[in-house]
Design a protein around this ligand. Structure first.
Ligand SMILES: Nc1nc2c(ncn2[C@@H]2O[C@H](COP(=O)(O)OP(=O)(O)OP(=O)(O)O)[C@@H](O)[C@H]2O)c(=O)[nH]1
Ligand SMILES: [Mg+2]
Length: 306
């Protein structure tokens, strides 16, 4: 160190040496560069500091990128996946905590910003099935994961005011999934405001729900909307003389008896001799149907094999 370095510089240097993270080191390096005497004899030192700064900055960026790639790679897409997108403080983490098995950190105050810094995955149980729900960090932050939104089956647009719908649109241009608009924090509205809000959303023909993660208003309606957005049906199977299966099979909406048979007999559907359906698609309980019979959500099907 040059002899004529100022006490401020020396202090910054001490802090730099004592720093525990690269981010802190970068801050103090920046201070050192600013405080470094700017004359001929310290030219080398300044150049040195600047190189060190640049290298450290590159290292930090690299680590960040790797973390991002890793978090992306770590997300296994489930059969039914939706992503919550919304600006900071809109209540994404609070909603995720209400709907799923996770307990992630929500902001402690309504003034906090960008609390969630990486995608958080939760599983929502829905009558015997599991729906994957992911909180994407705020879209106007560098932690936002575009790919995640673009590949999701359903996008949950979480808003606190109507103008946020248009603002969010630019982030979901390439997203092909179904969209549900969720107006959160309804507990902060009075009856009149709520009525007006509902009328506006209806007039725009949006698929929407008004909710409050705080009072739980609208959460059941939201769960139903999420499930129906996947255009899937739940079909229970039943062995002769036994109770129906606890967990349903998830199928595309226009599935037939044949599709269920293929799924449970793994390509041996020819073994099926007879099939009986009870539920929304049957005219009466235990109706005998053919392989081409179209199933509906919550049907129960019983097979007789040869
Ligand atoms: N009154 C009210 N406050 C809510 C509701 N949902 C969330 N909040 C509050 O809003 C603030 C932000 O909630 P978060 O869930 O952390 O929001 P976020 O969208 O995850 O925020 P970031 O992770 O920063 O993008 C917190 O103070 C919550 O307590 C609600 O339904 N009603
Ligand atoms: Mg959050």
């Amino acid at each position: 160190m040059t002899l004529n370095a100022t006490p401020e510089y020396k202090k910054a240097n001490e802090k730099y040496l004592a720093a525990k993270t690269d981010e802190e080191r970068l801050v103090y390096l920046d201070e050192m560069i600013r405080l470094c005497p700017k004359h001929k004899s310290s030219e080398n030192m300044l150049a040195n500091l600047k190189t060190r700064y640049r290298k450290l900055q590159e290292k930090i960026l690299k680590v960040k990128k790797m973390a991002k790639a890793y978090s992306k790679a770590g997300i296994k897409k489930e059969e039914m996946q939706c992503v919550i997108i919304g600006f900071t403080n809109s209540g994404k983490s609070s909603l995720l905590n209400e709907l799923t098995n996770v307990n992630t950190k929500a902001a402690e105050s309504s003034f906090a910003k960008f609390t969630t810094k990486k995608p958080i995955i939760g599983m929502m149980p829905y009558s015997g099935t599991q729906v994957q729900i992911i909180e994407n960090p705020a879209p106007d932050s560098e932690d936002y994961d575009k790919g995640l939104t673009n590949s999701a089956d359903t996008i949950l647009l979480l808003i606190n005011s109507l103008d946020e719908i248009n603002k969010l649109k630019s982030y979901i241009e390439k997203a092909s999934g179904k969209k549900i608009i969720i107006y959160n924090k309804s507990d902060l509205l009075n009856t009149n405001e709520k009525r007006k809000l509902e009328a506006t959303l209806k007039s725009k023909k949006y698929n929407f729900v008004i909710i409050s993660s705080k009072t739980h208003e609208g959460l059941n309606e939201l769960k139903d909307k999420i499930f129906s957005s996947f255009s899937k049906i739940r079909v229970f199977t039943k062995e002769p003389g036994k109770l129906r299966s606890e967990k349903p099979i998830i199928l595309q909406q226009d599935s037939t008896v044949y599709n269920v048979a293929e799924k449970i007999f793994h390509g041996f559907s020819k073994q099926v001799k007879e099939a009986f359906v009870t539920g929304p698609s049957s005219k009466f309980p235990y109706q005998k149907v053919g392989l081409k019979h179209n199933l509906k959500d919550l049907d129960t099907i019983e097979f007789r094999t040869k």
